[in-house]
Ligand binder design. Structure first.
Ligand code: ADE
Length: 231
């Protein structure tokens, strides 16, 4: 049977998965703990990548190489970039871009990886469609399909949000999605990123993040739970 890889960056983002699954084995690799078992009757591996692109990349490659996952789903929180998004709303990735990839000094647009045909990594259409269905069926709020921007920065300024919106057409910003996306792309593994907004990446982001991360993680989890049972 095919195994699904489920990743969150923080404890809050995976604790409901760990609580809801039938766990069979725990394996630690490169300091990251992978829990195998079943969730909603499906074979899964659940793990916490840790924060940032390098952690997310290593975690994803191990999911693929060692655990042989056939799909990767990422659950967690993000800062809203699209002006119509409020705290608690969901973003489903259509594609993912590393917003901190910046070789503009050599003439490349922001987010573009030099000497590479693709820098915006597309999520799998079936998984996006299923995530959208989940938002309709079990989401209790607004959702949007859009670009997930990732970088090794916690964004907390309106100027930065404006530039992410204008230059990269971002829906939300976080610190792992585009890294997971690139590794999945390089390996030909389908993925989707599901993020619930914990803040608006502005001057209040640090306060909102602290206040809304648990609630937003629960919303993102509800979507994932529905998806896995209908995958
Ligand atoms: N994750 C949640 N909120 C975020 C923000 N404002 N910037 C980066 N990652 C985030």
């Amino acid at each position: 049977e095919l195994t699904i890889g489920l990743i969150g960056a923080m404890d809050e983002e995976i604790e409901l998965l760990l609580a809801g699954m039938d766990q069979s084995e725990e394996i630690t690799k490169t300091g990251i703990r992978y829990v195998t078992g079943t969730f909603q009757g499906r074979s899964v591996v659940v793990c916490k990548s840790g924060v940032g692109k390098v952690n997310a990349a290593v975690t994803t490659q191990i999911l693929i190489d060692h655990f042989g996952v056939s799909k990767v789903l990422f659950t967690g929180v993000a800062g809203a970039v699209h002006p119509d998004l409020n705290i608690g709303d969901i973003v489903i990735s259509t594609e993912c871009i590393q917003h901190d990839m910046d070789v503009s000094a050599l003439g490349y647009p922001r987010g573009v990886i030099p000497y590479q045909e693709i820098s915006a990594f597309p999520a799998n259409k079936q998984l996006v469609d299923l995530a959208e269905l989940a938002c309709r069926e079990v989401g209790n709020g607004n959702y949007k399909l859009g670009k997930v921007l990732s970088g090794d920065q916690f964004i907390a300024s309106r100027e930065m949000v404006a530039s992410l919106r204008e230059e990269l057409d971002g829906a939300c910003v976080e610190m792992e999605g585009a890294s997971v996306a690139q590794v999945c792309y390089m390996n030909g593994v389908p993925f989707v990123i599901i993020r619930s907004m914990s803040d608006k990446a502005d001057g209040s982001a640090h306060v909102n993040f602290a206040e809304f991360t648990i609630e937003s993680s629960q919303r993102s989890h509800a979507i994932l739970e529905y998806m896995i049972s209908h995958i």
